[in-house]
Design a protein around this ligand. Structure first.
Ligand SMILES: *[C@@H]1O[C@H](CO)[C@@H](O)[C@H](O)[C@H]1NC(C)=O
Ligand SMILES: *[C@@H]1O[C@H](CO)[C@@H](O)[C@H](O)[C@H]1NC(C)=O
Ligand SMILES: *[C@@H]1O[C@H](CO)[C@@H](O)[C@H](O)[C@H]1NC(C)=O
Length: 391
Protein backbone atom coordinates (compact mmCIF):
# COMPACT_ATOMS: atom_id res chain seq x y z
CA UNK A 1 0.00 0.00 0.00
CA UNK A 2 1.51 3.30 -1.00
CA UNK A 3 0.28 6.80 -0.49
CA UNK A 4 0.88 8.88 -3.53
CA UNK A 5 0.52 12.62 -3.71
CA UNK A 6 -2.46 14.06 -5.44
CA UNK A 7 -1.63 15.35 -8.89
CA UNK A 8 -3.55 18.55 -8.44
CA UNK A 9 -1.74 21.70 -7.43
CA UNK A 10 1.95 22.49 -7.60
CA UNK A 11 2.22 23.49 -3.91
CA UNK A 12 1.32 20.02 -2.79
CA UNK A 13 4.76 18.59 -2.12
CA UNK A 14 5.42 21.54 0.19
CA UNK A 15 2.15 20.98 1.94
CA UNK A 16 3.03 17.36 2.39
CA UNK A 17 6.36 18.17 4.00
CA UNK A 18 4.89 20.59 6.52
CA UNK A 19 2.17 18.10 7.22
CA UNK A 20 4.62 15.33 7.99
CA UNK A 21 6.55 17.67 10.25
CA UNK A 22 3.41 18.43 12.20
CA UNK A 23 2.56 14.78 12.43
CA UNK A 24 6.03 14.10 13.78
CA UNK A 25 5.63 16.81 16.40
CA UNK A 26 2.35 15.32 17.45
CA UNK A 27 3.84 11.87 17.60
CA UNK A 28 6.64 13.01 19.87
CA UNK A 29 4.10 14.68 22.14
CA UNK A 30 2.28 11.41 22.11
CA UNK A 31 5.37 9.39 22.91
CA UNK A 32 6.03 11.63 25.85
CA UNK A 33 2.52 11.42 27.22
CA UNK A 34 1.44 8.02 26.35
CA UNK A 35 2.51 4.88 28.15
CA UNK A 36 0.45 2.32 26.39
CA UNK A 37 0.61 -1.44 26.13
CA UNK A 38 3.41 -2.96 24.14
CA UNK A 39 1.75 -3.29 20.73
CA UNK A 40 0.93 0.40 20.56
CA UNK A 41 4.42 1.36 21.67
CA UNK A 42 5.75 -0.33 18.57
CA UNK A 43 3.13 1.40 16.43
CA UNK A 44 4.20 4.82 17.71
CA UNK A 45 7.86 3.94 17.58
CA UNK A 46 7.53 2.81 13.97
CA UNK A 47 5.76 6.06 13.15
CA UNK A 48 8.30 8.24 14.90
CA UNK A 49 11.48 6.48 13.87
CA UNK A 50 13.35 9.16 11.93
CA UNK A 51 15.56 6.55 10.29
CA UNK A 52 12.68 4.87 8.53
CA UNK A 53 11.54 6.77 5.51
CA UNK A 54 8.51 4.59 5.02
CA UNK A 55 5.12 5.84 6.11
CA UNK A 56 3.38 4.12 9.03
CA UNK A 57 1.07 1.33 8.11
CA UNK A 58 -2.43 2.37 7.11
CA UNK A 59 -5.21 1.29 9.45
CA UNK A 60 -8.58 -0.20 8.52
CA UNK A 61 -11.93 0.99 9.81
CA UNK A 62 -15.05 -1.05 10.30
CA UNK A 63 -18.19 0.97 9.85
CA UNK A 64 -21.55 0.08 11.31
CA UNK A 65 -24.11 2.05 9.30
CA UNK A 66 -27.56 1.75 10.77
CA UNK A 67 -31.00 3.11 9.90
CA UNK A 68 -34.69 2.41 10.15
CA UNK A 69 -37.72 2.13 7.84
CA UNK A 70 -37.37 4.44 4.86
CA UNK A 71 -33.63 4.98 5.37
CA UNK A 72 -32.29 2.74 2.61
CA UNK A 73 -31.71 5.72 0.31
CA UNK A 74 -29.67 7.45 2.99
CA UNK A 75 -27.69 4.30 3.68
CA UNK A 76 -26.80 3.97 -0.01
CA UNK A 77 -25.63 7.54 -0.11
CA UNK A 78 -23.63 7.04 3.08
CA UNK A 79 -21.99 3.92 1.73
CA UNK A 80 -20.92 5.76 -1.40
CA UNK A 81 -19.57 8.68 0.64
CA UNK A 82 -17.73 6.45 3.13
CA UNK A 83 -16.55 3.72 0.82
CA UNK A 84 -12.93 2.73 0.67
CA UNK A 85 -11.55 -0.68 -0.36
CA UNK A 86 -9.46 -0.95 2.85
CA UNK A 87 -12.43 -0.67 5.19
CA UNK A 88 -15.30 -2.94 6.16
CA UNK A 89 -18.95 -1.96 6.21
CA UNK A 90 -21.90 -3.54 7.97
CA UNK A 91 -25.27 -2.11 6.93
CA UNK A 92 -28.31 -2.55 9.13
CA UNK A 93 -31.94 -1.59 8.65
CA UNK A 94 -33.71 -2.19 11.93
CA UNK A 95 -36.83 -4.24 12.57
CA UNK A 96 -39.16 -1.41 11.55
CA UNK A 97 -37.94 -1.61 7.94
CA UNK A 98 -39.56 -4.11 5.60
CA UNK A 99 -37.80 -7.17 4.21
CA UNK A 100 -38.33 -5.70 0.75
CA UNK A 101 -36.37 -2.57 1.72
CA UNK A 102 -33.59 -4.71 3.18
CA UNK A 103 -33.45 -6.84 0.04
CA UNK A 104 -33.33 -3.75 -2.10
CA UNK A 105 -30.36 -2.44 -0.14
CA UNK A 106 -28.57 -5.78 -0.48
CA UNK A 107 -29.16 -5.72 -4.24
CA UNK A 108 -27.76 -2.23 -4.50
CA UNK A 109 -24.64 -3.27 -2.59
CA UNK A 110 -24.16 -6.26 -4.87
CA UNK A 111 -24.45 -4.09 -7.95
CA UNK A 112 -21.61 -1.73 -6.95
CA UNK A 113 -18.52 -2.82 -8.93
CA UNK A 114 -15.97 -1.89 -6.23
CA UNK A 115 -17.92 -3.78 -3.60
CA UNK A 116 -18.02 -6.99 -5.57
CA UNK A 117 -14.31 -6.68 -6.24
CA UNK A 118 -13.29 -6.13 -2.60
CA UNK A 119 -16.08 -8.06 -0.85
CA UNK A 120 -15.98 -5.70 2.12
CA UNK A 121 -19.63 -4.73 2.59
CA UNK A 122 -22.18 -6.81 4.48
CA UNK A 123 -25.89 -6.21 4.87
CA UNK A 124 -27.56 -7.68 7.94
CA UNK A 125 -30.24 -10.08 6.74
CA UNK A 126 -32.50 -9.51 9.74
CA UNK A 127 -33.26 -6.25 11.48
CA UNK A 128 -32.79 -5.87 15.23
CA UNK A 129 -35.70 -4.45 17.17
CA UNK A 130 -34.39 -1.11 18.38
CA UNK A 131 -36.34 1.06 20.83
CA UNK A 132 -35.38 4.71 20.79
CA UNK A 133 -33.36 5.47 23.97
CA UNK A 134 -33.73 1.87 25.17
CA UNK A 135 -30.97 -0.70 25.85
CA UNK A 136 -31.84 -2.40 22.54
CA UNK A 137 -29.81 0.38 20.88
CA UNK A 138 -26.71 -0.83 22.75
CA UNK A 139 -27.56 -4.46 22.05
CA UNK A 140 -27.67 -3.70 18.34
CA UNK A 141 -24.32 -1.89 18.39
CA UNK A 142 -22.68 -4.76 20.31
CA UNK A 143 -24.24 -7.23 17.89
CA UNK A 144 -22.71 -5.33 14.97
CA UNK A 145 -19.30 -5.17 16.63
CA UNK A 146 -19.44 -8.92 17.30
CA UNK A 147 -20.27 -9.63 13.64
CA UNK A 148 -17.44 -7.41 12.47
CA UNK A 149 -14.97 -9.04 14.88
CA UNK A 150 -15.96 -12.45 13.58
CA UNK A 151 -16.38 -11.80 9.86
CA UNK A 152 -13.93 -9.06 9.04
CA UNK A 153 -10.24 -9.68 9.68
CA UNK A 154 -7.72 -7.16 10.97
CA UNK A 155 -9.57 -3.85 11.30
CA UNK A 156 -8.35 -1.30 13.83
CA UNK A 157 -11.28 0.95 14.71
CA UNK A 158 -15.06 0.63 14.82
CA UNK A 159 -17.13 3.67 13.82
CA UNK A 160 -20.90 3.85 14.37
CA UNK A 161 -22.75 5.88 11.78
CA UNK A 162 -26.47 6.73 11.87
CA UNK A 163 -28.57 7.74 8.89
CA UNK A 164 -28.28 11.45 9.74
CA UNK A 165 -24.46 11.40 9.95
CA UNK A 166 -22.18 12.23 7.03
CA UNK A 167 -18.42 12.26 6.42
CA UNK A 168 -16.73 15.65 6.02
CA UNK A 169 -13.56 14.45 4.31
CA UNK A 170 -12.51 11.59 2.06
CA UNK A 171 -11.58 8.27 3.65
CA UNK A 172 -8.04 8.73 2.31
CA UNK A 173 -7.57 11.69 4.65
CA UNK A 174 -8.88 9.88 7.72
CA UNK A 175 -6.85 6.74 6.99
CA UNK A 176 -3.73 8.83 6.49
CA UNK A 177 -3.98 10.71 9.81
CA UNK A 178 -5.07 7.66 11.81
CA UNK A 179 -2.05 5.77 10.48
CA UNK A 180 0.05 7.89 12.89
CA UNK A 181 -2.04 7.04 15.95
CA UNK A 182 -1.64 4.23 18.48
CA UNK A 183 -4.23 1.65 17.58
CA UNK A 184 -5.70 1.45 21.07
CA UNK A 185 -7.02 5.02 21.31
CA UNK A 186 -10.77 5.31 21.91
CA UNK A 187 -12.52 8.51 20.86
CA UNK A 188 -15.33 8.83 23.39
CA UNK A 189 -16.72 12.17 24.53
CA UNK A 190 -17.41 11.65 28.22
CA UNK A 191 -17.74 13.22 31.65
CA UNK A 192 -18.59 12.10 35.17
CA UNK A 193 -20.05 15.53 35.92
CA UNK A 194 -23.49 14.35 34.87
CA UNK A 195 -25.55 17.27 36.26
CA UNK A 196 -29.26 17.07 35.37
CA UNK A 197 -28.73 13.62 33.95
CA UNK A 198 -28.53 12.26 37.49
CA UNK A 199 -32.28 12.78 37.80
CA UNK A 200 -33.23 12.20 34.16
CA UNK A 201 -30.99 9.23 33.43
CA UNK A 202 -29.18 7.69 36.38
CA UNK A 203 -32.00 7.47 38.95
CA UNK A 204 -35.04 6.47 36.88
CA UNK A 205 -35.50 2.79 36.10
CA UNK A 206 -36.81 1.98 32.65
CA UNK A 207 -37.85 -1.20 30.89
CA UNK A 208 -37.46 -1.72 27.16
CA UNK A 209 -40.26 -3.92 25.79
CA UNK A 210 -38.13 -4.42 22.68
CA UNK A 211 -36.19 -7.02 24.69
CA UNK A 212 -39.14 -9.39 24.87
CA UNK A 213 -41.90 -8.17 22.54
CA UNK A 214 -41.85 -8.44 18.79
CA UNK A 215 -43.54 -5.10 18.19
CA UNK A 216 -41.93 -1.73 18.53
CA UNK A 217 -43.14 0.59 21.29
CA UNK A 218 -41.61 3.08 23.70
CA UNK A 219 -39.78 2.33 26.95
CA UNK A 220 -41.75 2.51 30.18
CA UNK A 221 -40.74 3.80 33.57
CA UNK A 222 -40.86 1.98 36.90
CA UNK A 223 -42.22 3.92 39.89
CA UNK A 224 -39.13 3.29 41.99
CA UNK A 225 -35.96 5.31 41.57
CA UNK A 226 -32.55 3.87 42.30
CA UNK A 227 -29.53 5.37 44.00
CA UNK A 228 -26.29 6.13 42.22
CA UNK A 229 -23.98 3.12 41.94
CA UNK A 230 -21.33 2.67 44.61
CA UNK A 231 -19.11 0.01 43.06
CA UNK A 232 -18.29 2.00 39.90
CA UNK A 233 -18.48 5.58 38.69
CA UNK A 234 -20.94 6.69 36.03
CA UNK A 235 -19.74 8.44 32.88
CA UNK A 236 -21.94 9.89 30.17
CA UNK A 237 -21.44 11.69 26.89
CA UNK A 238 -22.02 11.27 23.18
CA UNK A 239 -23.33 8.08 21.57
CA UNK A 240 -21.14 8.80 18.53
CA UNK A 241 -17.64 7.41 18.85
CA UNK A 242 -14.64 5.65 17.39
CA UNK A 243 -13.63 2.55 19.36
CA UNK A 244 -10.53 0.44 19.13
CA UNK A 245 -10.66 -3.20 18.24
CA UNK A 246 -8.94 -4.20 21.50
CA UNK A 247 -11.52 -2.33 23.59
CA UNK A 248 -14.42 -3.96 21.74
CA UNK A 249 -12.90 -7.40 22.20
CA UNK A 250 -12.72 -6.62 25.91
CA UNK A 251 -16.39 -5.57 25.91
CA UNK A 252 -17.68 -8.48 23.86
CA UNK A 253 -15.61 -11.46 24.91
CA UNK A 254 -16.15 -10.57 28.55
CA UNK A 255 -13.17 -12.33 30.19
CA UNK A 256 -13.30 -9.55 32.75
CA UNK A 257 -16.69 -9.24 34.43
CA UNK A 258 -16.93 -5.43 34.24
CA UNK A 259 -18.40 -5.08 30.72
CA UNK A 260 -21.05 -7.70 31.47
CA UNK A 261 -21.98 -6.28 34.87
CA UNK A 262 -22.33 -2.81 33.40
CA UNK A 263 -24.36 -4.07 30.46
CA UNK A 264 -26.81 -5.61 32.91
CA UNK A 265 -26.88 -2.42 34.96
CA UNK A 266 -27.57 -0.32 31.87
CA UNK A 267 -30.46 -2.54 30.79
CA UNK A 268 -32.65 -0.32 32.95
CA UNK A 269 -31.17 3.05 32.10
CA UNK A 270 -32.52 5.55 29.58
CA UNK A 271 -30.16 6.27 26.66
CA UNK A 272 -27.57 3.71 27.70
CA UNK A 273 -25.86 4.25 24.33
CA UNK A 274 -24.67 7.57 25.75
CA UNK A 275 -23.07 5.93 28.78
CA UNK A 276 -22.16 2.26 28.44
CA UNK A 277 -18.80 2.35 26.64
CA UNK A 278 -17.88 5.51 28.54
CA UNK A 279 -18.43 3.82 31.91
CA UNK A 280 -16.66 0.60 30.92
CA UNK A 281 -13.56 2.40 29.61
CA UNK A 282 -13.30 4.80 32.53
CA UNK A 283 -13.73 2.15 35.22
CA UNK A 284 -10.97 -0.13 33.99
CA UNK A 285 -7.32 0.75 34.41
CA UNK A 286 -6.32 -0.77 31.08
CA UNK A 287 -8.65 1.54 29.14
CA UNK A 288 -8.75 4.80 31.11
CA UNK A 289 -5.55 5.94 29.48
CA UNK A 290 -6.80 5.18 25.99
CA UNK A 291 -9.71 7.63 26.01
CA UNK A 292 -9.67 10.79 23.91
CA UNK A 293 -12.47 13.12 24.99
CA UNK A 294 -13.99 13.83 21.55
CA UNK A 295 -16.65 12.15 19.42
CA UNK A 296 -14.88 13.10 16.16
CA UNK A 297 -18.22 14.50 14.99
CA UNK A 298 -19.21 18.09 14.35
CA UNK A 299 -22.42 18.63 16.33
CA UNK A 300 -24.16 21.95 16.95
CA UNK A 301 -26.58 22.53 19.82
CA UNK A 302 -29.29 25.16 19.81
CA UNK A 303 -29.20 27.89 22.44
CA UNK A 304 -30.62 26.89 24.89
CA UNK A 305 -29.90 23.25 24.02
CA UNK A 306 -32.83 21.02 23.12
CA UNK A 307 -32.89 17.29 23.64
CA UNK A 308 -31.62 16.64 20.12
CA UNK A 309 -28.75 18.51 18.50
CA UNK A 310 -29.60 21.07 15.82
CA UNK A 311 -29.97 19.99 12.21
CA UNK A 312 -26.97 21.21 10.24
CA UNK A 313 -27.59 23.36 7.17
CA UNK A 314 -25.45 25.09 4.55
CA UNK A 315 -24.87 27.89 7.09
CA UNK A 316 -22.90 25.42 9.22
CA UNK A 317 -20.52 24.63 6.40
CA UNK A 318 -17.66 26.89 7.54
CA UNK A 319 -18.03 25.78 11.15
CA UNK A 320 -17.91 22.17 10.10
CA UNK A 321 -14.82 22.65 8.00
CA UNK A 322 -13.14 24.72 10.72
CA UNK A 323 -13.73 22.05 13.35
CA UNK A 324 -11.52 19.50 11.60
CA UNK A 325 -13.98 16.77 12.58
CA UNK A 326 -14.14 13.87 10.12
CA UNK A 327 -17.94 13.47 10.45
CA UNK A 328 -21.00 15.69 10.86
CA UNK A 329 -24.22 15.06 12.80
CA UNK A 330 -27.13 15.52 12.10
CA UNK A 331 -28.15 16.37 8.55
CA UNK A 332 -31.70 15.87 7.24
CA UNK A 333 -32.29 13.62 4.24
CA UNK A 334 -31.51 15.17 0.84
CA UNK A 335 -30.46 18.46 2.40
CA UNK A 336 -28.52 20.66 -0.07
CA UNK A 337 -25.69 20.63 2.49
CA UNK A 338 -25.00 17.02 1.49
CA UNK A 339 -24.43 18.02 -2.15
CA UNK A 340 -22.13 20.79 -1.01
CA UNK A 341 -20.12 18.33 1.11
CA UNK A 342 -19.94 15.84 -1.78
CA UNK A 343 -18.65 18.48 -4.13
CA UNK A 344 -16.35 20.56 -1.93
CA UNK A 345 -15.12 18.19 0.76
CA UNK A 346 -15.42 14.61 -0.41
CA UNK A 347 -14.42 15.41 -3.99
CA UNK A 348 -16.80 12.65 -5.03
CA UNK A 349 -16.56 11.81 -8.66
CA UNK A 350 -19.58 11.33 -10.83
CA UNK A 351 -20.12 7.82 -12.13
CA UNK A 352 -18.47 8.77 -15.41
CA UNK A 353 -15.30 10.13 -13.80
CA UNK A 354 -14.90 7.24 -11.36
CA UNK A 355 -11.50 5.65 -11.45
CA UNK A 356 -11.48 2.01 -12.03
CA UNK A 357 -12.24 0.31 -8.72
CA UNK A 358 -8.86 -1.44 -8.63
CA UNK A 359 -7.24 1.97 -8.27
CA UNK A 360 -8.89 2.66 -4.97
CA UNK A 361 -6.22 1.00 -2.85
CA UNK A 362 -3.87 3.93 -3.28
CA UNK A 363 -4.39 6.51 -0.56
CA UNK A 364 -4.04 10.12 -1.64
CA UNK A 365 -4.45 12.56 1.24
CA UNK A 366 -6.15 15.86 0.37
CA UNK A 367 -6.68 19.04 2.35
CA UNK A 368 -9.04 17.28 4.76
CA UNK A 369 -6.10 15.49 6.32
CA UNK A 370 -4.62 18.83 7.39
CA UNK A 371 -7.83 19.78 9.15
CA UNK A 372 -8.05 16.44 10.90
CA UNK A 373 -4.40 16.55 11.83
CA UNK A 374 -4.88 19.91 13.52
CA UNK A 375 -7.78 18.55 15.55
CA UNK A 376 -5.85 15.43 16.55
CA UNK A 377 -2.78 17.44 17.57
CA UNK A 378 -4.98 19.65 19.77
CA UNK A 379 -6.70 16.67 21.36
CA UNK A 380 -3.43 14.91 22.13
CA UNK A 381 -1.43 17.89 23.35
CA UNK A 382 -0.42 18.00 26.98
CA UNK A 383 -3.15 20.48 28.01
CA UNK A 384 -5.99 18.35 26.76
CA UNK A 385 -5.12 14.71 26.62
CA UNK A 386 -4.40 13.40 30.14
CA UNK A 387 -6.31 16.12 31.94
CA UNK A 388 -9.55 15.23 30.15
CA UNK A 389 -9.51 11.49 30.68
CA UNK A 390 -12.19 9.92 32.84
CA UNK A 391 -12.55 12.91 35.17
C1 LIG B 1 -2.23 5.99 33.02
O1 LIG B 1 -1.65 7.28 32.99
C2 LIG B 1 -1.31 7.79 34.26
C3 LIG B 1 -0.83 9.23 34.10
O2 LIG B 1 0.16 9.34 33.15
C4 LIG B 1 -0.25 6.87 34.91
O3 LIG B 1 0.08 7.36 36.20
C5 LIG B 1 -0.81 5.46 34.99
O4 LIG B 1 0.18 4.59 35.49
C6 LIG B 1 -1.27 4.98 33.64
N1 LIG B 1 -1.96 3.70 33.80
C7 LIG B 1 -1.67 2.61 33.07
C8 LIG B 1 -2.45 1.39 33.37
O5 LIG B 1 -0.83 2.62 32.18
C1 LIG C 1 -34.28 17.85 11.97
O1 LIG C 1 -34.92 17.50 10.75
C2 LIG C 1 -35.83 16.40 10.86
C3 LIG C 1 -36.28 16.04 9.46
O2 LIG C 1 -36.45 17.13 8.64
C4 LIG C 1 -36.98 16.80 11.79
O3 LIG C 1 -37.88 15.73 11.93
C5 LIG C 1 -36.37 17.15 13.15
O4 LIG C 1 -37.38 17.59 14.02
C6 LIG C 1 -35.33 18.24 13.02
N1 LIG C 1 -34.65 18.38 14.31
C7 LIG C 1 -34.43 19.56 14.91
C8 LIG C 1 -33.72 19.54 16.21
O5 LIG C 1 -34.76 20.60 14.40
C1 LIG D 1 -14.89 16.22 27.89
O1 LIG D 1 -15.23 17.30 27.06
C2 LIG D 1 -16.47 17.90 27.42
C3 LIG D 1 -16.84 18.91 26.36
O2 LIG D 1 -15.76 19.42 25.70
C4 LIG D 1 -16.33 18.51 28.81
O3 LIG D 1 -17.55 19.12 29.18
C5 LIG D 1 -15.99 17.39 29.78
O4 LIG D 1 -15.80 17.88 31.07
C6 LIG D 1 -14.74 16.67 29.32
N1 LIG D 1 -14.53 15.47 30.13
C7 LIG D 1 -13.48 15.30 30.93
C8 LIG D 1 -13.37 13.98 31.60
O5 LIG D 1 -12.64 16.17 31.08
Amino acid sequence: MKRSHPHRKCSLPAMFVSLSALVLISISILLFLYRPSSNSVSAVAAAADPGSSSLPELPRFSYFISGTAGDSGRLRRLLRALYHPRNYYLLHLDFAASDAERLDLAKFVKSEPAVSLFQNVMVMGKGNLVTSKGPTVMASTLHAAAILLRKAPNWDWFINIGSSDYPLMPQDDILHIFSYLPRDLNFIEHTSDIGWKEFQRARPIIIDPGLYHSKRSGVFWAKEKRSLPASFKLFMGSALMILSRSFLEFCIWGWDNLPRTLLMYYTNTLSSEEAYFHTVACNHRDYQNTTVNHSMRYVRWDEPPREEPANLTARDFDGMVGSGAPFGHSIPENDPLLDLIDRKLLLLLTDKEKRNPGDGVVVRPHSGSKRLEKLVVTLLDSHNFRSRQCK
